[in-house]
Ligand binder design. Structure first.
Ligand code: AMP
Length: 116
């Protein structure tokens, strides 16, 4: 898949608007267009990675940066004390619909477990 075909690469490039809440050298985060909780933010690497299955050992720092972004955004959004969920779907069977890895950060309501 080229950046031209990938929705999230186009958001990174500024070609498609997004409600950006966080930016770093490696990652950006923006509000989900179809929020499943009062706070629902997607945290994505600037570089295209299709699924978790495409990660390798060189990506450890990149993946770590996504989780540190989640921590920072949770604090920014006032979720740190009450709790929040961070999840990444891998593959169609798990509900992945955009094939550029992204962490979902969800909070602001009671989150049940297990998810559907
Ligand atoms: P997933 O199903 O795990 O691949 O998550 C993809 C998420 O991207 C869904 O929650 C969608 O609502 C969200 N989404 C799709 N298009 C956009 C967009 N243009 N801006 C923000 N979020 C989007």
């Amino acid at each position: 898949m080229t950046a031209q075909d990938c929705l999230f690469c186009r958001i990174v490039a500024g070609e498609i608007p997004a409600d950006v809440v966080y930016q770093s050298d490696t990652a950006i985060a923006f509000r989900d267009i179809n929020p499943q909780a009062p706070t629902h933010v997607l945290i994505i690497p600037r570089r295209h990675v299709t699924t978790i299955n495409d990660l390798d050992a060189d990506d450890q720092e990149l993946v770590g940066s996504l989780f540190l972004a989640a921590k920072a955004i949770a604090q920014q959004e006032g979720l740190a004390d009450d709790g929040y969920r961070v999840v990444m779907n891998c593959g169609e069977g798990a509900g992945q619909s955009v094939f550029h890895i992204h962490l979902h950060l969800l909070g602001g309501r009671l989150l049940n477990w297990p998810p559907g």
